[in-house]
Design a protein around this ligand. Structure first.
Ligand SMILES: [Zn+2]
Length: 407
């Protein structure tokens, strides 16, 4: 999920920081935090290991030229992507439905039948397997956290997973489509990454590219502090993502928001000679982002205060409070609100997270069924998209707590 080998700290901190998307200077810092936990998506077998995760500094800065937002204090040396990195979301029916629909769209829009598909940052390979099984394609997935053992027997016939980062060492990619979902936000030197991608595709002139990242526009508008965490060192909007791809030799066919407007989806191809395309409708201007970042700090302060007060008020009434969803958002939420000591339970439907410990706080992750033994009065859901699914699961367990979602 990162070209770490190509990112020396010197290249990221060359004195006065410059934009890692366009190279521009005059970056405008709008949010800082001296210490936030790193490695939010990891879970640990040992509670002491979990509590000992290092901290890193956050300084979010906007590039007024291209609209890209980056943590200028990011140090790639602090982040580890290995088998303890547990990001798989395919256990949620809501997420699976979104991913399946997207796989179907990609097959249709890129005409992927009997083709060769490469996914960079494929995680556990769920999405690549879906594209390959449904379209009769063959796939190659690259990701340092990949786990070929988790592929189904059918998927393993079509999909090869390699546990490695993408970078210049990857060499030529011979493919009809390249997919890169929820990876670029983990990359510090995004310009080098997209340029390397363009270079690796020199021998595949007809290749189609799908890139998906979180939309920082929503984070800025909502003061969504739970979506800002250390591993995410790069933050995009439809405009800044499209501008980066065009600058690096791609033509952008489409850019749009998806998954309740939480994600940016971009479709690109190798640009022909000359112009590399005109801006699409969804691309906002860097100037409009400058106005949004002005509001961010106040939005975060209000959200942080609101959630802390909500949780403490419930506790003072003797109520039990649980968090549903133990991933990066949860770790960021606990860190920012300082409520780890008063939360009664953190539950997650991903069995690979259950019984293991969260970084920084060392809270154990339980299966949702554990809530039946000590019924909560308030369940805080870490993504509003899952409220329906979680409410139904609580009802099946005979529980009827208040359910509130961040975002
Ligand atoms: Zn820039």
């Amino acid at each position: 999920m990162s070209t770490l080998a190509a990112q020396s700290p010197q290249s990221i901190f060359p004195g006065e920081p410059v934009c890692r998307a366009c190279g521009g200077d005059g970056l405008r810092t709008f949010a800082t935090s001296p210490e936030i936990p790193v490695n939010n998506a990891r879970v640990f077998d040992d509670v002491d290991d979990a509590r000992r995760v290092p901290s890193g500094a956050l300084e979010l800065a906007l590039c007024p030229a291209c609209g890209f937002i980056q943590n200028v204090r990011f140090d790639p040396e602090l982040v580890r992507y290995d088998a303890t990195y547990e990001e798989q979301q395919g256990f949620s029916p809501t997420f699976t439905a979104f991913a399946d629909a997207l796989a179907g769209q990609v097959i249709e829009r890129f005409d992927l039948r009997g083709k060769r598909v490469v996914e960079i940052g494929c995680g556990k390979g769920d999405f690549l397997a879906s594209v390959c099984e449904r379209g009769g394609n063959v796939g190659l997935g690259l990701d340092p956290t990949a786990d070929p053992e988790r592929l189904s027997e059918g998927a393993a016939q079509l999909v090869t997973l390699r546990r490695e980062f993408f970078g210049p060492h990857t060499g030529a990619i011979d493919a009809d489509a390249v997919i890169c979902r929820h990876t670029l936000e983990h990359i510090a030197d995004v310009r080098a990454f997209v340029r390397d991608l363009r270079s690796s595709l020199a021998g595949s002139p007809g290749v189609r590219v799908l890139c998906e990242v979180p939309d920082v526009g929503r984070v800025l508008r909502d003061g969504a502090f739970w979506d800002v965490y250390y591993e995410h060192c790069s933050y995009f909007t439809p405009g800044s993502l499209a501008r980066l791809f065009r600058d690096c030799g791609f033509a952008v066919d489409d850019v749009r928001l998806a998954f309740e407007d939480q994600y940016v989806l971009l479709e690109a191809r190798i640009a022909g000679d000359g112009a590399s395309g005109v801006p699409r409708d969804a691309e906002e201007s860097p100037e409009s982002l400058a106005a949004l970042v002005e509001r961010y700090a106040a939005g975060v302060a209000a959200e942080t205060r609101g959630w802390s007060e909500r949780i403490l008020a419930a506790r003072s009434r003797g109520e039990r409070v649980a968090i549903w969803g133990s991933g990066s958002k949860c770790v960021a939420f606990l860190s920012e609100t300082g409520t780890a000591d008063v939360i009664d339970a953190v539950v997650d439907i991903n069995p690979h997270r259950q019984g293991r410990y969260l970084p920084a706080t060392g809270i154990v992750v339980s299966a949702p069924e554990a809530l039946a033994d000590a019924p909560p009065d308030l369940v805080i859901v870490m993504n509003a998209a899952y409220v329906g699914e979680i409410g139904a699961q609580l009802a099946r367990m005979g529980l009827a707590p208040a359910v509130e979602a961040v975002g």
